[in-house]
Design a protein around this ligand. Sequence first.
Ligand SMILES: Nc1ncnc2c1ncn2[C@@H]1O[C@H](COP(=O)(O)OP(=O)(O)OP(=O)(O)O)[C@@H](O)[C@H]1O
Length: 339
Amino acid sequence: MIELHNIEKVYHKDEQIIRAVDGVDLSIDKGAIYGVIGFSGAGKSTLLRCVNLIERPTSGEVKLDGEDLTKLPKAKLRKVRRRIGMIFQHFNLLESKTVYQNVAFPLLLDGQKGKHVEAKVKELLDFVGLADQAGKYPDELSGGQKQRVGIARALVRSPEVLLCDEATSALDPQTTDAILDLLKEIRDQYKITILMITHEMGVIREICDRVAVMEGGKVIEEGSVFDIFSSPKHQTTKNFVSSVMNDKIPDSILEALDSTRHVYRITFLREKASEPILYRAAAQHNVEVNVLYGQITELQGEPFGSLIVEFIGGEKEIFKALHTIGQSVTLKEVTRNAS
Ligand SMILES: Nc1ncnc2c1ncn2[C@@H]1O[C@H](COP(=O)(O)OP(=O)(O)OP(=O)(O)O)[C@@H](O)[C@H]1O
């Protein structure tokens, strides 16, 4: 388990004081995939680097299984750091070394050699799907392959924690999906806790269990991915969610609204999305429903999304249908000005 208590990192630049991380508390369960999202400058990278103490926090505690790393003497810290692997946006491979040598490098630094090194590197190259590329050099590989080498290298010391610094930001969407699948496999097969920072909400949706949203060095919202996506509180979180949920009503629909129309946003959560709530209520109260816009997707294996629906019929019947529907799902009237 990783616990961060009141982490602060202050930089002094010229006359300026920069609070890159400003009092962050986080608790990350063993085996979780935990995401930290924020815009550029939010403090994500600094926070991540505080976890393995590449960046020493100005104050606060970084606990790994209850042990505060900030209090450890240098030699002990070096040892503990081996339990924390890291991958990077731009891979950070040694260009003059082969794929095999890149992956073996951390073990050689530790003074290990022989069959054990060979077996471990082979196991990991197999795992990341690069068994046949061992003799190649980084500049002969695609971005996705380079990140696979970075992942194999990060796993070679059998860490308990993997830190991912914008690990998919330099990759195209298809390669991103493949790398995210690989990270999921790492968690499942090696039971590694993964902490990743990103500015892409799609990455959070794809693989994280929990997420913290950072702004101005602080965590402004934290929770399970399902809760954050289904009811974001802070405006920044809402913007991140909107960036992937496509739930902003198009202007063409809003402009066509007037006070005679009955248009509602219906938000479906979990198992409710699979129930024909809408059509059952419409039939029961003899009104028509017309879906104008929306999407239902899957989030952490559960259906989730919203539909913009127009009800057509008598006022009384519509009122009754809305009452019935409102008992199962969230309903919000959509007006021209306030969507
Ligand atoms: N070594 C440093 N010296 C001075 N200021 C720094 C240093 N590193 C980061 N900062 C500042 O700290 C703040 C947070 O930076 P950080 O890189 O952690 O943010 P971020 O959310 O990771 O953004 P990005 O994705 O752009 O890297 C920024 O204002 C940045 O300029």
